[in-house]
Design a binder for this molecule. Sequence first.
Ligand code: PLP
Length: 358
Amino acid sequence: MTAPVLGVDVGAVVANWRSLAASHGGETAAVVKADAYGLGAALIAPALARAGCRRFFVATADEAMALRDVAGAAWIAVLNGCPAGCEGDFIDRALVPVLNSLADCARWQEAARAAGQALPALLHVDTGMSRLGLDAGEWAAVLRDRSCLDGIALQFVMSHLASAEVAGAPETAAQVARFAAVAAALPGVATSLANSSGMFLREAARSDLARPGVALYGGNPVPGQPNPMRAVVTLAAPVLQIRVIGPGETVGYNGTWRAARRSRIATIGVGYADGLARTLSNRLTARHEGRPVPLVGRISMDLSTFDVTDLPEIVPGSMLELIGPGHAVDDVAAEAGTIAYEILTSLGRRYRRVAKSV
Ligand SMILES: *Cc1c(COP(=O)(O)O)cnc(C)c1O
């Protein structure tokens, strides 16, 4: 019997990157943090590099080290910065840290002094996320005395939008205005602002380097509008067993689903340990050859159950599609009460990741 299969359409990722890059005035990077949003950075980054993507963003130093092994000479930036003590690793592997504070600047400056050369970096200025980046006080300190950047070869000044997916959000306009002022104070330094949704704000959030992530992987960057991106992920699992239960019998932990009639229940080997969020219990609708198959009962760690009473053609070994055409990752996210990002990055480690076309 086959195992659950996570299909990743690498060609669609490349097509999504190309369409984003074509719509953007400046350069377009690819954000491949969290193992390319759970889909496999080793699969995806080399394909994007072959398609002409020269710049990649990851979150952590470990991700950057792993990416360096598969991404050749690509430019790799590390959003969470260079951990103290890792400066030598960053220099050896040509990893570019995002400097998120004056303390980060001081440490990178010190590394540059020790290395006897100016070291490349991005400077992140917080314009409204209150998460990472120089806060207003630190930015004011830079404006007063720029020597804190001496010895640092600033490649980009960047910021991150908090509500880019919300059409007409006033906080986005405020962030864009703050970022324009920051950029104006650093003439000659290139800028980086938009994430996936930010790219769809077009002129309003244009910068020299866009940083799309989720849209590459088929997530909808314009919620509420038709998804302009190509689907990337299919997730299907074979039925392990079918049983027939009588009216009044229940399914799964705590009996949260009770049969109103004689029912056929199909069990698959995918559970919350595989990223099938427990909040999808009694909510997810899978597909079998395009027909809806409702998940019934609680999702267990390694198993979940479906009512296939009206689908007699489903037998052990039949494949149930959890994510796929007609049931996109955003649909699953809506059923789970979360966002596509979380569904993608929760996809478990137990699946075979297979490069294939959707
Ligand atoms: C994750 C991230 C991105 C990519 O965001 P998407 O919404 O997935 O396109 C861009 N910039 C920063 C700073 C991020 O943390």
